[in-house]
Write a protein that binds this ligand. Structure first.
Ligand SMILES: Cc1cc2nc3c(=O)[nH]c(=O)nc-3n(C[C@H](O)[C@H](O)[C@H](O)COP(=O)(O)OP(=O)(O)OC[C@H]3O[C@@H](n4cnc5c(N)ncnc54)[C@H](O)[C@@H]3O)c2cc1C
Length: 385
């Protein structure tokens, strides 16, 4: 290997955001090196578990709605380029009590942006989702155009398209150190040192290890997903009986589910997880992890067997206000930071790839990033954490 290969851009981290960025850069004819410490897609970061929700009824903050529209376009382009079906429109429910911040937020987003929706009472919920058992005071917003996207297949698609467009993809090769060099960056790995004009850091839960002085406090949060099968005596848990949902089951506490795509219905609690670190996180799933979600299954989806058939630990990388970090490094403009998580970033992955490629190549993008700058005004998301 030459001692000092030179690239236009090095992308460190090839999960959702890094693989998308490597693809976008390579298709624009840039010399790209993609590095990952593992072999993506893998189960140690934030991008596993078979399904993710893509939703426009953005209860968290209506400013994300136009971005979701752009993300849908990017998903369709990725499907066309890869020949893979990645996006499954199946509808989603946003549920809670009459004073639920989640339901109010979803209503605000759909009304503000003219998104098709239906306002439901508990009886209306049962019509849309006969396997759910809402309490009589439950209200909901039904968004028929929400859908599912497939995280592992997306990463595989991004990486194979990137390699096909000429990117060098090095797996099992961690970035150990990055050093600014004039107007570029030197990157050291166990295999050598590489130089590039730009470095994109998309290392997910490992970000604060590589950028301890980012200027936004990132917290890694342990999240557990579980898969459930129907009880033997019921008609099943297909999407027309339990669509995707996000449900504020107690004020400020949200659980979610994505439909059975052949491996069981997936459910988990959004946030409320232990603060952890990616190298030391408890990867085993405990009885109390299971009990927390099984009790919600017993309460709200009695047709499901409350003993999960599988469980997996995943990681959120949270900012204090729940908004993403997409910016250049505060002191080193050749280093770009892509940290869109706080538990809601995956739906934007192909669009983030375009944005990071714009920033790396042109120094700017047409997307308004003011919410995601390191030095932002700090408007918090309403019900996070
Ligand atoms: C349980 C769960 C459910 C979620 N549900 C949704 C949802 O329904 N909708 C939604 O939009 N979002 C959802 N999210 C959020 C979404 O999945 C994340 O925003 C997204 O996956 C983050 O991707 P990433 O590329 O930043 O991180 P990752 O995919 O973790 O990628 C980081 C990569 O960096 C690599 N790396 C780390 N250190 C180094 C190094 N030193 N050198 C080289 N490589 C390195 C890692 O190996 C990894 O591959 C969910 C997340 C979880 C955990």
């Amino acid at each position: 290997m030459p001692s000092s290969p030179t690239y236009d851009v090095i992308v460190a981290g090839l999960g959702a955001m890094g693989s998308a960025t490597a693809y976008q850069l390579a298709r624009r004819g840039r010399r790209v090196l993609g590095l990952d410490r593992f072999t993506p897609p893998h189960t140690r970061g934030s991008t596993h578990g078979h399904t993710r929700i893509i939703r426009t009824a953005y209860w968290d903050d209506p400013s994300y709605v136009p971005l979701v529209g752009r993300a849908y376009e990017s998903w369709r382009e990725l499907e066309a380029a890869s020949g893979q079906r990645l996006l499954f429109p199946a509808g989603a429910l946003y549920l809670g009590g009459t004073d639920s911040a989640l339901v109010a937020g979803a209503r605000t987003s759909v009304q503000l942006h003219g998104i098709p929706y239906e306002e439901l009472s508990a009886a209306g919920v049962i019509r849309h989702a006969p396997a759910l058992q809402p309490t009589p005071d439950t209200v909901a917003i039904w968004e028929p155009e929400a859908g599912l996207v497939l995280p592992e297949l997306a990463v595989t698609s991004f990486l194979s398209l990137a390699a096909r467009s000429g990117a060098d993809i090095h797996v099992e090769e961690p970035l150990l150190q990055w050093t600014p060099t004039g107007d570029g960056v030197a990157v050291t790995t166990p295999r050598g040192t590489y130089h590039a004009d730009r470095l994109v850091l998309a290392v997910g839960p490992w970000m604060s290890q590589l950028v301890p002085d980012l200027g936004v406090a990132l917290t890694v949060e342990r999240q557990v997903m579980h898969w459930f099968r129907p009880k033997a005596t019921v008609p099943g848990l297909a999407p027309d009986r339990v669509p995707s949902f996000m449900w504020e089951y107690e004020p400020g506490h949200i659980w979610y589910s994505t439909p059975d795509m052949g491996d069981g219905l997936k459910a988990g609690i959004h946030h409320d997880g232990d603060t952890t670190a990616p190298d030391t996180v408890q990867r085993d799933v405990s009885d109390s992890d299971i009990a927390r979600v099984s009790s919600l299954i017993e309460r709200f989806i009695p047709d499901a067997n409350p003993a999960p058939v599988a469980s997996a630990v995943c990681l959120y990388t949270d900012t204090p206000d729940g908004h993403f970090v997409i910016d250049s490094h505060p002191r080193h403009p050749a280093v770009l930071i892509a940290s869109p998580c706080s538990g809601h970033g995956f739906k934007f992955a192909p669009l983030i790839g375009e944005i990071m490629a714009d920033l790396a190549v042109d120094g700017h993008t047409s997307i308004d990033l003011s919410l995601f700058r390191i030095a932002r005004s700090g408007r918090p998301l309403p019900t996070a954490h």
